[in-house]
Design a protein around this ligand. Structure first.
Ligand code: ADP
Ligand code: ARG
Length: 379
């Protein structure tokens, strides 16, 4: 990894590119944004990193252009290649530290520890609150940059390598990989409705330059009963997903661990001692795991801010029914672990499991409680 040396890098940046970056930053100063980019890209940090370029050609502008174009971003920056995390560390470090709830520049991510999936039980033991359970992780393949720097040939090569490896999965994990262009629009819509397929045209990814050559190289793998899903070349080289209806986290996580382990034996996943598994977005480092439930909370969910505050107490994040940047429909929320870095896989799972159980207990106590909550929300 490059250790910041501004003089070296100063020779690399194209003067026109630097001019544009400076102009955009000036404009951004007047933009109202609650993103972590806005919070941490101070003039001092900007000046210290603005001339640097990674060996694959990524500039500061490439890292921040999604956040500049989308002031409503929560984070606002991406790493076009793994080297960007160290090359622009003055900016990435505080963002990573805040998002993952305390992870310093000298900290090391712990070794992989999946724990014993059978120790996780069923989240619906107190009642049928959870509609479905999902565990996913992001993985990148060594030797390839992240999305914005992939060439058309690299997309094809990655798709072929990953598609071939997916074809080696066995037993309940076995299934089929299909390129996006082999799936008709109606079937794509159906898969999207079932929460199996990624959405298209994400403005955050588009602005980051992560949708080039779409739909080339993109596709989806499904096992026979659609409980194991792998997204190829969407936001990351791989998104490995285990999901099923109901709240049986033990089963979902067990399938997840077996799939990730089998794929990791055949594909060289990018990782570093400091940041664990490496991926395009600083939120998806370390374990890169997001374990979520779709949970119906008519009482707790009638006050979104209260739900957010409660979730935050347990290091949980609240999303809408169709994922990130969506709204909740019929009080169905997506609740997941927020931290993915600096804790082991099983710790991430346990944190989510315990927090969701607390949320369920709270919803139940509101059901049993005073007249206020008994009335429920007005529709
Ligand atoms: P991710 O980064 O985890 O893929 P998104 O927020 O983009 O996150 O969600 C991707 C898709 O997964 C969306 O369709 C979302 O509704 C779906 N999803 C997330 N969690 C669950 C769950 N527990 N059950 C069913 N679908 C889910
Ligand atoms: N860039 C977007 C934002 O800052 C998404 C961040 C996290 N989500 C993701 N899919 N990587 O809001």
């Amino acid at each position: 990894f490059y250790i910041g040396n501004e003089e070296d890098a100063a020779e690399k940046i194209d003067p026109a590119a630097l001019g544009l970056l400076e102009e955009e930053y000036e404009k951004f100063k007047d933009v109202d944004s609650r993103s972590l980019l806005k919070k941490y890209l101070t003039q001092e940090i900007f000046d210290s990193v603005k001339r640097r370029v990674t060996s694959k050609g990524a500039t500061l502008h490439d890292c921040i252009k999604s956040g500049l174009a989308n002031p409503d971003s929560h984070i606002g920056l991406y790493a076009p290649d793994a080297e960007s995390y160290s090359m622009f560390h003055e900016l990435f470090d505080p963002v990573i530290d805040e998002y993952h709830g305390g992870f310093g520049p000298d900290d090391s991510h712990p070794a992989t520890d999946f724990g014993d999936p059978s120790h996780l039980g069923d989240l619906n033991e107190l009642g049928n609150y959870v509609l479905s359970t999902r565990v996913r992780c992001a993985r990148s393949v060594e030797g390839f940059p992240f999305n914005p720097l992939l060439t058309s040939d690299q997309y094809a090569e990655l798709e072929q390598d990953v598609g071939y490896t997916l074809g080696t999965l066995e037993d309940d994990l076995a299934g089929n990989y299909r390129s996006l262009d082999e799936i008709g629009p109606e079937e794509q819509e159906e898969l999207l409705q079932k929460h199996l397929l990624f959405k298209q045209g994400d403005r955050f990814l588009e602005a980051a330059g992560a949708s080039r050559f779409w739909p080339e190289g993109r596709g989806i793998f499904l096992n026979e009963n659609s409980t194991l899903v792998v997204w190829v070349n969407e936001e990351d080289h791989l998104r490995i997903i285990s999901m099923q209806e109901g709240g049986n986290m033990g089963e979902v996580y067990d399938r997840f661990v077996r799939a990730v382990t089998a794929l990791g034996e055949k594909l060289p996943f990018s990782s570093s001692g400091h940041l664990g598994f490496l991926s395009f977005c600083p939120t998806n480092l370390g374990t890169a795991i997001r374990a979520s439930v779709h949970i119906r909370l008519p009482l707790l969910g009638s006050d979104r801010q209260k739900l957010e505050d409660t979730a935050a107490k347990y290091n949980l994040q609240v999303r809408g029914t169709s994922g990130e940047h969506s709204e909740a429909e019929d009080y169905v929320f997506d609740i997941s672990n927020r931290r993915r870095l600096g804790i082991s896989e099983i710790e991430a799972l346990q944190e989510m499991y315990d927090g969701v159980m607390e949320i369920i207990r709270l919803e139940r106590s509101l059901e049993e409680g005073g007249t206020e909550s008994r009335k429920g929300p007005s529709q």
